[in-house]
Design a binder for this molecule. Structure first.
Ligand SMILES: [Fe+2]
Ligand SMILES: [Fe+2]
Length: 274
């Protein structure tokens, strides 16, 4: 099947790009499942219920979150009413919502989607992501009750993300990083058959500092002082992520393509789908 993953949707620019362009990609690439990281969709911090509905209506099947999962306070209650939204598996034990789910990809096929948070350079002390994802993958082996599986590794350090990629190799169809808002050029299939990219990049305006209007971040770097709030940059957005083609029988990946569509970044994609 064909699975599209899009990285962190950043503010209005990212949201409107997904809303206006995802349906076109969905039909052009004949996608079976679309997973979108939505942790920065609302003003760059969290996801409101209204904006979750916008992304789901635009063609996302599953929304993942991250360290900003509950920045929008309504998400704490809304997440238990909307099974298509996932927060990290290893978030604090008392947090609402869930970190993994099995979703319908059409023609009777099921896909496991899960998210873990890294710990290296992260502000909060989260639980061990390795043991958290291990338990979920053990109970959903490829080619068993699910035909594919995707793990969103929401982390700062490429080392920790690569470690998790190899840890899941041969046990998940796709392991893709999020959180840094910059796409990496290491899109590949690992030796065991798992598609991997250290970071998907954001869906947002790259004329920015990781999605934020560049004036205040530059001021803080140059003077060491904050004056204003950070606000998302609102120029044309690039949709960023990857598209994986997986084998329903083995649950592993046969081809993977980086995706960069529109906005300022050099374009990438799978090309015409026969
Ligand atoms: Fe993010
Ligand atoms: Fe994040």
């Amino acid at each position: 099947m064909r699975i599209l993953f899009l990285g962190d949707v950043m503010g209005r620019a990212g949201r409107e790009a997904v809303a206006s362009r995802l349906a076109g990609l969905r039909s052009a690439w004949r996608l079976d499942l679309v997973v979108v990281n939505a942790e920065n969709t609302t003003g760059g911090a969290g996801l409101s219920p209204d904006h979750a509905k916008v992304l789901l209506a635009a063609g996302a099947d599953v929304l993942t979150l991250g360290d900003h999962a509950f920045d929008q306070k309504e998400m704490a209650s809304f997440i238990d009413t909307e099974p298509r939204i996932l927060r990290p598996l290893n978030y604090a034990k008392g947090a609402p919502g869930r970190g993994a789910g099995v979703f319908d990809a059409g023609r009777g096929r099921k896909v496991l989607v899960a998210q873990v948070l890294g710990r290296v350079f992260m502000k909060q002390p989260f639980d061990d992501p390795f043991s958290a994802i291990d338990a979920v993958l053990r109970s959903h082996p490829p080619g068993g009750m699910v035909q594919a599986s995707l793990v969103d590794v929401h982390a700062e350090a490429t080392s920790e993300k690569m470690g998790l990629g190899h840890f899941c190799d041969g046990r998940a169809s796709v392991v893709v990083g999020t959180h840094t808002h910059v796409p990496t050029a290491d899109t590949m299939i690992l030796p065991g058959g798992t598609a991997y990219q250290s970071d998907a990049g954001m869906c947002g305006d790259y004329n920015s500092v990781i999605g934020m209007d560049k004036v205040e971040p530059l001021r803080r770097f140059i003077t060491g002082m904050a004056r204003d709030r950070f606000t998302p940059a609102d120029g044309p957005a690039t949709l960023c992520g990857l598209m994986a083609e997986t084998d329903d029988r083995t649950g592993l990946t046969t081809a993977v393509h980086p995706v960069r569509e529109g906005g300022r970044l050099a374009a990438a994609g799978p090309g015409p789908i026969p």
